[in-house]
Structure formats: structure tokens, C-alpha cells
Design a protein around this ligand. Structure first.
Ligand code: NAD
Length: 329
């Protein structure tokens, strides 16, 4: 496996993965297909733009003709699909585009992968397909799928298509289901970068509801390492959950950022809760650890401090994105 088609590689996790692969597999070629929607950012790739092992192509994953052409031209061995509409709040306002990109787009990629005998298809999915947990327990790969938002429903639909292409056509596929990521290049509409960038500007820190919703945070580098392992060693047809046992309430996240930036707690503003807001996500990553030897490098306490410092040192990166991040744009 040497030539990888990475789709959505100008987004948050995809661009981190492109960097990760170029560093860890210097003999690989990465073909990066991304539409550059509001969430895609070519500047995430500035430092690899002259790397001969990275080729960026702007285009839509629903364009089968283009994907076929890329496979042929670059002798692609594997697909890793990050391309998606990824923001739950936007899915509540405009579900249609989530079905188009997340479901139709995945179907198009699967069709081309099947037609052209691609060695491995890896779908990057989310723990949100499992729905919401109470105070106890963890999501395992056997947890029933019970998505609650248009975003997570569209990701679930995509996962089921991937499963079907394995069961029906015998395709070599994997699905990874990861908890919430944080780290560099995270678009400032999401909780952690929004709070950091608002905090740096002395603006309000809006928290949904009572702030007691719990997410299981994973550093994006640890996610990239998991995807690399599954790509190379994952058993055909298997799902792998990815998470690092770092559960925090939204209030705790905001408290850490307030403390690190030396802000006043008066900036916190509790706002009307998100519709259908899932209470708690928490991943059991035992299968990935036991079968493939995955071990996260970051604890949340070290990773969050590094991430806050990254935003402090990279204002030129996030400042122009603030306007695009506003929900009504
Ligand atoms: P993102 O929104 O930052 O990036 C998505 C990328 O996909 C963007 O670069 C965008 O331009 C591109 N894209 C969108 N529609 C496209 C299309 N039709 N054709 C080609 N490219 C298109 O998202 P992210 O946070 O990096 O998430 C990447 C993947 O990981 C998604 O599939 C998401 O569901 C999944 N995931 C994310 C998280 C998280 O915490 N961010 C957690 C688990 C899983």
C-alpha cells in the first residue's frame, strides 16, 4: 500500500492525517481530494504544498468520474474518507447537504473503490452513531446504532453502506468510530477552538444548556495514529472504536481555558440548549488496543495546554476563519 487517496484532507482531522502520513510514511504518495467547503482550508496544508509526495486536488467526492480519474492516474491502493459535513448545529438547520455529502458521497467512493478493485476502503466515522449514554457505561463496537442528530444519522447511513459493501461485494473495508477530537487546525466553530479564540478576544464564552454534557476528548494525533494502524492492520469488515478515556463536561473544558488564558469567569454565558443535545459520549477502545496495539500518546491535561498555545501562536491562521465560522454565513 503506497498510494493513498485521502478525501477531506483540507479539514481539521484530514489535514492532520496528511501531515502524519507524510512524516511517518515518507515513501507513500498522498492524493488529497477536498471540495474546500467553508470548513476546508488550503492553509492547513501550507507547509506540505511543495512536498512531492502530496498532491492536492479540489473536487467533490460525489464526482465519480473525477475519483476514477485520480485512481487511474495515481495508481491508488487505498481510500481514507474524512470528507463530510461535520457540524451538528449546521445539520439541524440544513440536513440536506449532510445527506448529499455524507451518504451520497460515501456511496460514490464505495462504487469507485469496488469498480477499480481498491485494496482497502477506510471510513472515518464517529461515536455519535451510537447516540447518547447515561451516567454509566461505554460505547463498544457492539452498541446498537441510535443516532439522534441529522449529522449523526447521515454518518450512520454512510457506515451502513460501508458495511453492506463488505457483506454484499466482499470489499475490504474498515470503519473507525472516534470520540471528539481536539488539536491544531480545528475550525473555530467547534467548542474548544471557539472558546479559545473568543477568550483571546475577550468575547463571551457561550455554553449550551447547563454545560454538563460530557464528551470524551482525543488528541487528533492519537486519532491519526489509530487510523494508520487500522489502515494497515485492521481485519476486513471490522469496526474499531477510538477514544482515550478523557471524559470532561463542557463546563470543565471552559474552566481549563479560562484558567490558562487568565480570563474572568464573567465571560461565561449559558445559552439555550442545542436541540436533541446528546448527554454523554464515552468510548471503550479495548478492541483497538488489544488487537492492533494502539496506545494514545497524549493525556488531555498535556494536550489541551499545547492546543491553547497553538492557537496563541497561530492567530494568523484562525483570525480569517472567524467570520466563516459564524453559523449564519
Ligand atoms: P471538517 O469539517 O474539519 O473537514 C471536512 C472536510 O471535508 C473539509 O475540508 C471539507 O472541505 C471537506 N468536504 C466536505 N464536503 C466535501 C465533498 N463533498 N467532497 C470533498 N470534500 C468535502 O471535519 P473534521 O472534524 O476534520 O472531521 C473529519 C471526519 O472525521 C468527518 O467524517 C467526521 O464525521 C469525522 N469525525 C470527526 C470528529 C471530530 O471531533 N472532529 C470525531 C469523530 C469523527
Amino acid at each position: 500500500m503506497k498510494n493513498i487517496l485521502v478525501t477531506g484532507g483540507a479539514g481539521f482531522i484530514g489535514s492532520n492525517f496528511v501531515h502524519y502520513m507524510l512524516e511517518n510514511h515518507p515513501d507513500y504518495k498522498i492524493i488529497n481530494l477536498d471540495l474546500l467547503t467553508y470548513a476546508g482550508n488550503i492553509h492547513n496544508l501550507d507547509d506540505v504544498k511543495d512536498n512531492p509526495n502530496h498532491i492536492f486536488v479540489q473536487g467533490n467526492i460525489t464526482n465519480r468520474e473525477l475519483v476514477r480519474h485520480l485512481v487511474k492516474e495515481h495508481h491508488i491502493d487505498a481510500f481514507v474518507n474524512f470528507a463530510a459535513e461535520s457540524h451538528v448545529d449546521r445539520s439541524i438547520l440544513h440536513p440536506e447537504i449532510f445527506v448529499e455529502t455524507n451518504i451520497q458521497g460515501t456511496l460514490a467512493l464505495l462504487d469507485v473503490a469496488k469498480e477499480m478493485n481498491i485494496e482497502k476502503y477506510l471510513q472515518v466515522s464517529t461515536d455519535e452513531v451510537y447516540g447518547s449514554l447515561g451516567a454509566e457505561g461505554y460505547f463498544t463496537e457492539e452498541t446498537p446504532l441510535a443516532p439522534n442528530s441529522p449529522y449523526s444519522s447521515s454518518k450512520t447511513g454512510a457506515d451502513l453502506l460501508v458495511r453492506a459493501y463488505h457483506e454484499t461485494y466482499g470489499m475490504n473495508v474498515n470503519i473507525t468510530r472516534c470520540s471528539n477530537n481536539y488539536g491544531p487546525y480545528h475550525f473555530p466553530e467547534k467548542l474548544i477552538p471557539l472558546m479559545i479564540t473568543n477568550g483571546m478576544d475577550g468575547k463571551e464564552l457561550p455554553i449550551y444548556g447547563d454545560g454538563l454534557n460530557i464528551r470524551d476528548w482525543l488528541h487528533v494525533q492519537d486519532h491519526c495514529q489509530a487510523i494508520d494502524l487500522v489502515l494497515h492492520k485492521g481485519r476486513s469488515g471490522e469496526v474499531y472504536n477510538v477514544g482515550g478515556h478523557n471524559e470532561r463536561t463542557n463546563n470543565q473544558i471552559v474552566d481549563i481555558i479560562i484558567e490558562k488564558l487568565g480570563l474572568s469567569r464573567d465571560l461565561i454565558k449559558y445559552v439555550e440548549d442545542r436541540l436533541g443535545h446528546d448527554k454523554r459520549y464515552a468510548i471503550d477502545p479495548t478492541k483497538l488496543e488489544d488487537e492492533l496495539g494502539w496506545k494514545p500518546k497524549y493525556t488531555f491535561d498535556t494536550g489541551i495546554v499545547e492546543t491553547i498555545e497553538w492557537y496563541q501562536n497561530n492567530e494568523a491562521w484562525w483570525r480569517p476563519l472567524q467570520e466563516r465560522a459564524a453559523l449564519n454565513k
